[in-house]
Ligand binder design. Sequence first.
Ligand SMILES: Cc1ncc(C[n+]2csc(CCOP(=O)(O)OP(=O)(O)O)c2C)c(N)n1
Ligand SMILES: [Mg+2]
Length: 324
Amino acid sequence: MTAAATLPRTRLEEFLAEMLLIRRFEEKVEERFRAGDLAGFLHADIGQEAVAVGVCRALEDGDTIASTHRAHGHVIAMGTPPGEVMAELYGKVEGCSHGYGGSMHLYDVARGVLGANAVVGGGLPSAVGTALAFQLRRQPHVAVAFFGDGATNIGTFHESMNMAQLWRLPVVFVCENNRWSESTPQSQHQPIRDLTQRAVAFGMHAAHVDGQDVEAVHFAAVEALEHARSGRGPVLLVCETERLTGHYMGDAQVYRDKDELRMLRETRDPVTLLRKRLALDDERWAELDAEAQRLVDESLAFALAGADHEPSDALKFIYAEERA
Ligand SMILES: Cc1ncc(C[n+]2csc(CCOP(=O)(O)OP(=O)(O)O)c2C)c(N)n1
Ligand SMILES: [Mg+2]
């Protein structure tokens, strides 16, 4: 990337529209959760939208992602219709995982979404396996794994990094460093702050980017993907980001400094930062916001009109052997 590289304004407006869609989607999910419609644990990616959009918009056809428990934004950024994601949260047949998965098990294989993962670090080995398949089949694709700072403490992270570098697999490991693992701050769960240091042990190429700047994320992702695609091996891309909400919906965040959180919301919100940078007037902003809201309302209507499973469907897709 050259220092002067910039994206055209129209492209940045597209990115803003997509980040806004994810933001409004998450807010609607939270509203429906609080109303008692949605069960289980739901993790919003409010504050991390620029990572999802900046990276996913850099992918090419045939590239794949493996996601985490905080997956809604990644999947929407991959092009899965928001209605199919919402329907999945409602357990409907029309959901992207046909209602069998829910929030932490979103799949859309046709669009390259090879699964969200409730198990922290679960997506990394899956991305490495996908990349090995690409390499063996001589396909020019790259597998991306998203994960958080907490996941870099997990065995599968180190095993995946090791094997990917050893075999020079086309993988980009995207760390969303929000400096929290549930209610545990980074200072209490890992001894280093610069997570690119994790790559040193494997001799892996690493890069570092401000995860609140969607353009910077995008250029860093383009560069990392090109590195991996051209056979030069995997890349660890660390995005410094902010979790501007609770770990899960309903988390009162009693463990968090309220003034700091307020300050982060005022200064590090990726949607506001891009809106300011584009100097959008109120009218244009209102237009973009109304469109995002319309798509979210439509997604909810789609989910609510969806079909519930029959009780007998519970036995579908079970691969256990039946013995007489
Ligand atoms: C193997 C495993 N250990 C613990 C958990 C419980 N858990 C769920 S999310 C989470 C925090 C993960 O932090 P991070 O990877 O930084 O992601 P973030 O939530 O910040 O996006 C933990 C510990 C889990 N789901 N899986
Ligand atoms: Mg984290």
